[in-house]
Design a protein around this ligand. Structure first.
Ligand code: 5GP
Length: 211
């Protein structure tokens, strides 16, 4: 199905600063809509229901899976995370560029289902900086931080599956770069099929006229 908006996947190691980046992107430009995921993870302090996530339990999550209610879902550090289908489809249909902030297993499933989606991988400048940011966030216990670093190491094996890597060093530059990449994606032939068809037809009739 041809969507009017661009489906954008933003992944990156936990602690790469994706959340801040996406927030700034939404504040700066009005063409984006952010999909709110559902998760079985417990809320962190300050996380609001329906803003950070839709928080739920395993039973309800599994029920929604069986109803085909997610466009993708994955298990990450012992919890389920999934992208509710309805919102994404509605927003793409009205021409919004929809952002999914999801991890790599989900990103790969999205690329399979929506080959014209744009996969962006956000990384801090170094592993050392990632650890520093995770500790600095102060929301996780040391063993959770270790788990997330080890997960980051696994995830780094999959970076080649993404269309672009964005290094998050300076927030404003990074936001600008992401926006430009999405804008460039709009010009890919796969997104301009109707235009290509039209210009081909016109050229054909011009060529006939010149015979
Ligand atoms: P956190 O617990 O730090 O909020 O999220 C953990 C990881 O799950 C992050 O990499 C985040 O991008 C990812 N994630 C959040 N929502 C979804 C989702 O709906 N689907 C998938 N596959 N991953 C998600």
């Amino acid at each position: 199905m041809a969507h009017k908006g661009v489906l954008i996947v933003i992944s990156g190691f936990s602690g790469a600063g994706k959340g801040t980046l996406v927030k700034k992107l939404l504040e700066t430009y009005d063409n984006y809509a952010l999909s709110i995921s559902m998760t079985t993870r417990k809320p962190r302090e300050g996380e609001e229901e329906g803003k950070a996530y839709f928080f739920t339990d395993k039973e309800h999550f599994e029920e929604k899976i069986s109803q085909n209610g997610f466009i993708e879902y994955a298990q990450y550090c012992d919890n389920y995370y999934g992208t509710p289908r309805a919102y994404v489809e509605e927003q793409l249909a009205v021409g919004k560029d929809v952002i999914l902030e999801i991890e790599i297993q989900g990103a790969l499933k999205i690329k399979e289902q929506f080959p014209e989606s744009v996969l962006l991988f956000v990384t801090p400048p170094s592993a050392e900086e990632l650890e520093r940011r995770l500790i600095g966030r102060g929301t996780e216990e040391p063993d959770v931080i270790r788990k997330r670093l080890s997960r980051a190491s696994e995830e780094s094996e999959g970076i080649e599956a993404y269309d672009y890597i964005v290094v998050n060093d300076d927030l404003d530059i990074c936001v600008e770069e992401l926006h430009r990449l999405v804008d460039a994606a709009r010009r890919a032939p796969v997104r301009r099929e109707a235009f290509i068809k039209e210009i081909r037809e016109e050229l054909k009739s011009f060529a006939k006229g010149a015979e």
